[in-house]
Ligand binder design. Structure first.
Ligand code: PLP
Length: 322
């Protein structure tokens, strides 16, 4: 498992490269959720998501020979953009394996950062197999999206900064896909505020982490249909599963309708551009999916790369009160 010292080392490694994102509060949001909410705004991170933290920590630690060989990864979007930008900044060649249903915004941004994109069909192909085959054939170094100690430590710096800024919290709500962000933030929380309960939140359509957490056996979701595209991962990794079992207190799910109602509030009332996966944690509180009142609650808003054309469709299918 990753140690807290590795999160601290990651914070030093990414200092001056990754943004120290702001923590936002809103009395309107507090009233809507019935708690005092502290939003860690990773939608304002470079590339628009916390993934820049892990990618910077992982790629900048490669040897000169590994950097010369180039890197490869598989991702539905934000990790792709992060690896692409970090590689560009460090002069490393990057190849990204992306699903053909990834949002156009994320595909284009990845190409714009200078990476070579290889598309696959999530209905029929296994992305890990494709990137491993290419890595072997060309000698690229694989930068996994979540199941890697340097990635987990890097993502944990978001939690580290939140506690440094606001002090102890009663609860921390964190989005969960492959579990890198949740693992790192839970680790930071348990060191900096041992009494803080850490809750991981994932989309109901892809509830494999919740099932894994409560059964103790790694479960999978095949090509889950949810607007939370950053959490369409098939399963936790062995590292993130072990860390989540050890450091996380509870896991829960929210529906896509919960996400849309939360997005509408965040966009219009808080003036924050956040993507569906980014509000997983907040949606649990905003839609009262977890009984909680009068507590100091940290929430990671994990990303802001929202596809506006798709968003117009979501607003039409979910009743949103204005
Ligand atoms: C990747 C991603 C997640 C999930 O992170 P994991 O480390 O895979 O659990 C959550 N939100 C956004 C915006 C993401 O890009």
């Amino acid at each position: 498992m990753v140690s807290f010292e590795e999160v601290q080392a990651a914070a030093r490694q990414i200092a001056g490269v990754a943004h120290r994102t702001p923590v936002m509060t809103s009395r309107l949001l507090d009233a809507a959720c019935g708690n005092q909410i502290f939003l860690k705004c990773e939608n304002l991170q470079r590339v628009g998501a916390f993934k820049f933290r892990g990618a910077t920590n992982a790629i900048s630690r490669l040897s000169a020979a590994e950097k010369a060989a180039g890197v490869i990864t598989h991702s539905s979007g934000n990790h792709a953009q992060a690896v692409a930008l970090v590689s560009q900044l460090l002069g490393v060649k990057a190849t990204i394996v992306m699903p053909n249903n990834a949002p156009a915004l994320k595909l284009n941004a990845t190409r714009d950062y200078g990476a070579a994109v290889v598309l696959y069909d999530p209905a029929t192909d296994v992305r890990e197999a494709i990137s491993q085959e290419l890595a072997q054939r060309h000698g690229y170094v694989l930068i996994p999206p979540y199941n890697h100690p340097h990635i987990v430590a890097g993502q944990g710096t978001a939690g580290l900064e939140l506690f440094e800024e606001v002090g102890p919290l009663d609860y921390l709500f964190v989005p969960c896909g492959g579990g890198g962000l949740l693992s790192g933030c839970a680790l930071a929380a348990k060191h900096l505020a041992p009494g803080c309960r850490v809750i991981g939140v994932e989309p109901a359509a892809g509830d494999d982490a919740t099932r894994s957490f409560y059964s103790g056996v790694l479960q999978t979701s095949h090509n889950p249909q949810t607007i939370a595209d950053g959490a369409r991962t098939g399963s936790l990794g062995d590292l993130t599963f072990a860390m989540i079992r050890h450091y996380v207190d509870e896991m829960l799910t929210v529906s896509d309708d919960d996400l849309v109602r939360t997005l509408a509030f965040v966009w219009t009332r808080l003036k924050l551009v956040v993507e569906p996966t980014g509000v997983l944690g907040l949606a649990a509180l905003f839609n009262r999916r977890y009984a909680l009142a009068g507590q100091r609650v940290g929430v990671i808003l994990s990303g802001g790369n929202v596809d506006l054309v798709a968003a117009a469709g979501w607003l039409q299918t979910t009743r949103v009160s204005s």
